[in-house]
Design a protein around this ligand. Structure first.
Ligand SMILES: *Cc1c(COP(=O)(O)O)cnc(C)c1O
Length: 351
């Protein structure tokens, strides 16, 4: 019985800020103008925990959730049924039908084959238009209003490939999507992801689909000051040691002390998603003091410089610099990789 297992205190965790999550959703909803913001909660809500995220957003009034597959829809079914709609972005395979036909969630139909597969069910669905990303979706040239006769289409959607940039692709996709809406009509239209919301009202339609920015990601300057950090990894110092000048630290001696100083060894590593791109680049913090990562990140351990806060001891906890823009610049990883990569070994601690 899991209830009988002793409670072992974790040595590393992700602190998750409910207020920041809700403030981000409300800010994105407001920025969506006349459209209503839904929430992309695929990949376990970008690694933060789908059930915890969905329960909070449902309570705040979010009524549209986007998951990648039917397992993810099942995972939140009890939280959403009767309160919110769930769209399954990867569509419906023949193998999904036994579950999909009983599920309150609806598929996003991505091909003519999927349209045929779903049509006879008479059940609700969304339609994905390929407006130029060439990932999933039906090409505009292949559309014909007759194909959808009698179908219960909720959202006609498309997805922006480069909403975080100012190139011509956004406008190209917008006009192709608008052309598609002349042919297929649903109850609602939906185009914008997080960055797309910042592109302005032409991109808003009826429903927006933010993911990354709900969780603190900022990919356009317009979202600076609007979006706040949600996830802060924290780790315990499990050993403090004093290095002498010339001492080598960690695998392959990628740090060599130039002078005597203290280092703290943290119980977190690349197996927790803090990847080796942070070696000699990452930053931890305590009370405003900066504690740089020294040497290579190991699988389960990280060394940090305690020179700025030599009072720190074994058993003390430090915060990881995980502002997604900053951590992305430090590590070379995308903000998406950083947030979805946080490992299962880290306890999730909602405040
Ligand atoms: C992941 C996803 C989103 C959310 O994108 P963000 O860039 O994380 O805001 C929206 N729509 C679709 C189709 C997606 O796959």
């Amino acid at each position: 019985m899991s209830d009988d297992k002793p409670n072992i205190p974790p040595t590393a965790r992700v602190k998750l800020d409910s207020d920041a999550l809700l403030a981000n959703w409300r800010a994105l909803d407001l920025m969506s103008g006349a459209a209503k913001a839904g929430a992309a909660v695929k990949a376990n809500a970008y690694g933060l925990g789908a059930r915890n995220v969905v329960a909070r957003l449902v309570a705040a009034g979010c009524t549209d959730f986007f998951v990648a597959n039917w397992q993810e829809a099942q995972e939140i079914e009890d939280l959403t049924t009767g309160k919110a709609q769930v769209s399954v972005l990867n569509g419906v395979r023949a193998a999904d039908l036994p579950f999909a036909l009983r599920s309150p969630a609806k598929p996003v139909l991505n091909s003519l084959e999927q349209v045929q597969r779903w049509k006879s069910s008479g059940r609700s669905c969304d339609i994905m238009i390929n407006s130029g990303m060439n990932r999933l979706g039906i090409n505009v040239e292949d559309l014909d209003a007759g194909l959808f006769a009698g179908m219960a289409i909720d959202m006609v959607m498309s997805h922006l490939a480069s909403a975080d940039e100012d190139g011509p692709q956004n406008g190209e996709q917008l006009s192709r999507y608008n052309a598609a809406l002349e042919i297929v009509t649903g109850k609602r239209a939906s185009l914008a992801n997080s960055a797309g919301i910042a592109l302005g009202s032409n991109y808003h339609f009826d429903v927006t689909r933010p993911g990354l920015s709900l969780y603190g990601g900022i990919q356009r300057p317009d979202l600076d000051g609007v979006i706040t950090q949600v996830a802060v990894p924290q780790a315990e110092i499990i050993q403090v040691r004093s290095l002498q000048a010339g001492d080598k630290l960690g695998y392959n001696a990628q740090y060599i002390a130039a002078e005597p100083h203290k280092v703290g060894i943290l119980a977190m590593g690349y197996a927790d998603g803090y990847l080796r791109g942070f070696s000699n680049n990452g930053m931890f913090m305590h009370d405003g003091y900066l504690l740089p990562v020294l040497g290579r990140v190991s699988m389960d351990l990280i060394a940090i410089d305690l020179a700025a806060a030599p009072y720190l001891q074994e058993g003390d906890w430090v915060d990881c610099e995980y502002d997604l823009e900053v951590a992305s610049a430090q590590s070379g990883l995308s903000q998406y990789e950083l947030i979805t990569g946080l490992g299962n070994r880290l306890a999730r601690d909602w405040t």
